[in-house]
Design a protein around this ligand. Structure first.
Ligand code: SF4
Length: 371
């Protein structure tokens, strides 16, 4: 299959691994690269890439799984919205299984709430058109990758003047959590495997603050095994060439078949029209981060579920045993959490990182990587 098979070619993978080994032998110290995106974490563990790398090159997992970063209070808010009379609550499938204080949306559905999972916000919009006597709420989550599709649905609802459709907006930005992680890092992170999907929207330029302010290399990367191996090679080249030591770390684009430096200008313009940035937004394990979330713009507040339903805006601490925050910031590996694989499994998740296939804990659990 085009754009798949050639990125899984074992001959090319072996050649890349040989080059990575050559470069790793020249390193003066071990290096650790953070893959920001949960999609990368999934590829790394599905294909066992971590175990193919030299011992002095480590991969650590970042905060880029959209389901994982939703705090418990927002999950409980979603459950509250779903229980309002006359509401049809729509959501992506992964969010159905995220545990809230009073159970998951899946459990609320079993108790009689009208909760439907959709593949796109446009499906939710269609449900609203077909059910004019109900309030249809879409549970919008995700980074700049999924925010444009919510923006399209919202824009259409505005143009159609739909009266029974609203968004529970939890969209987030990638830059602020990276700044937060870099702010708390003590020299452990030596570079980033940049998130290819987010970069499709925000462009490679959005990551230039990392080499400029922290002198760390970034390689925006695709999602097949050879993409990731090539990204590791490109990151190592910046070290072995002496560029990083000379203060010349840079952003490179391994995913040039999809990502442009300026991103998707039309998508960014539509997001600017229908969303505003929140002063602050809560992240699981990272607390409140300024300027990190999107909300529905005030001029479209009738489509904002938070305003329309006077949301309680719950703030709830994570379960004491949950170490998702430390996993999301790369401080521990998933199997180092005390409940990994025992109290917390994909069938019975305690934390969000075990729910989505993009979550690091689910990837470790599903593909059996425990070292
Ligand atoms: Fe969170 Fe469960 Fe992973 Fe522990 S094992 S960090 S509780 S998802």
């Amino acid at each position: 299959m085009k754009y798949v098979d050639e990125y899984r070619d074992p001959v090319a993978a072996k050649a890349l691994l040989r080059r990575i080994e050559e470069l790793a032998e020249k390193l003066e110290k071990p290096l650790a690269f953070m893959e920001i995106c949960g999609g990368h974490t999934h590829t790394i563990y599905r294909h066992g890439l971590e175990h193919l790398l030299p011992k002095n090159v480590e991969l650590i997992h970042g905060p880029g799984c959209p389901v994982c970063v939703i705090p418990l209070g927002r999950v409980d808010d979603a459950g509250w919205l779903a229980r309002q009379p006359g509401v049809i609550f729509t959501t992506f499938g992964d969010m159905m299984r995220v545990p809230g204080t009073g159970g998951s949306l899946q459990q609320a559905k079993a108790q009689g709430c009208d909760i439907r999972f959709v593949y796109s916000p446009l499906d939710a919009l269609q449900i609203a058109r077909e059910n004019p006597d109900h309030e249809v709420v879409f549970f919008a989550v995700g980074f700049e990758t999924t925010a444009p599709s919510t923006a399209v649905a919202l824009d259409r609802a505005i143009k159609e003047n739909l009266d029974n459709f609203s968004i529970f907006c939890n969209h987030v930005r990638i830059e602020p959590p990276l700044r937060a992680i870099l702010g708390m890092d003590q020299g452990r992170i030596n570079g980033f495997i940049g998130p290819g999907h987010v970069a499709t929207i925000v462009g490679t330029k959005a990551f230039e603050f990392i080499p400029r302010e922290y002198n760390l290399p970034v390689v925006v990367t695709g999602f097949e095994p050879l993409d990731i191996l090539q990204a590791v090679e490109m990151l190592l080249e910046q070290y072995v060439s002496g560029d990083v030591a000379a203060g010349d770390a840079r952003v490179e684009n391994q995913y040039a078949r999809v990502v442009l430096p300026e991103g998707n200008v039309a998508a960014l313009a539509l997001m600017d029209k229908v969303f505003v940035r929140r002063e602050t937004f809560e992240w699981r394990g990272l607390g409140f981060i300024p300027d990190s979330g999107f909300a529905v713009a005030p001029e479209y507040e009738k489509y904002d579920a938070e305003k329309r339903f006077h949301l309680p805006n719950l703030r709830v601490a994570d379960p004491p045993a949950c170490q998702c925050g430390e996993v999301l910031t790369g401080q521990i590996k998933p199997w180092q959490c005390s409940v990994f694989g025992t109290a917390c499994t994909p069938a019975n998740p305690v934390g969000t990182c075990m729910v989505s296939p993009e979550g690091a804990c689910a990837a470790y659990y599903n593909f059996g990587r425990v070292d």
